[in-house]
Write a protein that binds this ligand. Structure first.
Ligand code: GTP
Ligand code: MG
Length: 206
């Protein structure tokens, strides 16, 4: 699957306001289905997109939280659109950016009709706090397909992964939530996530 899908990723543009979002169409002239990544700063959103795209640095990443500060649009294989969003929840991120986060995400979620799938990323070493739980619920409220992706799985061994993922799911307390674990460093989860994204798109279109 790695060879066949998500071969050609292209950066399209950065935007903050809905009026600046690109109109992205596939070869048949239809609006591209869009997939967005949401999650805490530094959780690995931009890295995961690079990994899905098999690219090293098309999406800008950093070990310092707050690297992504606006909405970045990409296309893949002239077929799908992907969106990298800024993260929430880091005190070190400038106040201006933190204040902008809620309205910017709200505007995006409520205006972007082509958005079909949200990847909610969560560090597999953490337990969700009230802020994480409220955000997941707030995003789920927008009625898009959601996949919970537990990131940085390479930081734990197999049995820690299994017990942490159970605790994370329990804390989020959402029934029927699709989820998978992922590591960009140890090549865990890519195939599975691509399959889940394609399944979610198919279900949306039925
Ligand atoms: P913001 O743009 O600030 O919201 O962060 P982000 O969620 O886009 O995170 P980014 O992809 O920039 O990665 C943050 C840090 O986590 C970087 O130092 C990455 O190298 C590291 N990282 C990302 N994915 C993984 C992973 O699977 N395993 C490990 N060990 N580190 C990872
Ligand atoms: Mg980022």
């Amino acid at each position: 699957m790695k060879e066949d899908l998500f071969r050609k990723a292209t950066f399209i543009k950065t935007a903050v306001l809905a009026k600046d979002y690109p109109v992205l169409r596939n070869r048949s002239g239809q609006l591209m289905v869009e997939i967005a990544v949401v999650g805490r700063s530094n959780v690995g959103k931009s890295s995961l997109l690079n990994d899905l795209f098999n690219s090293k640095d098309l999406v800008k990443t950093s070990s310092t939280p707050g690297k992504t500060q606006a909405i970045n649009f990409f296309t893949v294989d002239d077929q799908f659109a992907f969106v990298d969003l800024p993260g929430y929840g880091y005190a070190q991120v400038p106040l201006k950016v933190r204040k902008q986060w809620g309205p910017m995400i709200q505007e995006y979620l409520s205006n972007r009709e082509s958005l079909k799938v949200i990847l909610f990323l969560f560090d597999i070493r953490r337990i969700p706090n009230q802020e994480d739980i409220e955000l997941l619920e707030w995003i789920a409220f927008h009625q898009k397909a959601m996949i919970l992706v537990m990131t940085k799985a390479d930081k734990l061994n197999q049995s820690e992964r299994s017990s942490n993922s159970k605790n994370i799911l329990k804390a989020f307390n959402t029934e029927n939530l699709f989820w998978t674990s992922y590591s960009t460093k140890k090549n865990i989860g890519r195939r599975e996530l691509i399959r889940m994204i394609l399944d979610a798109i198919k279900t949306e279109q039925e």
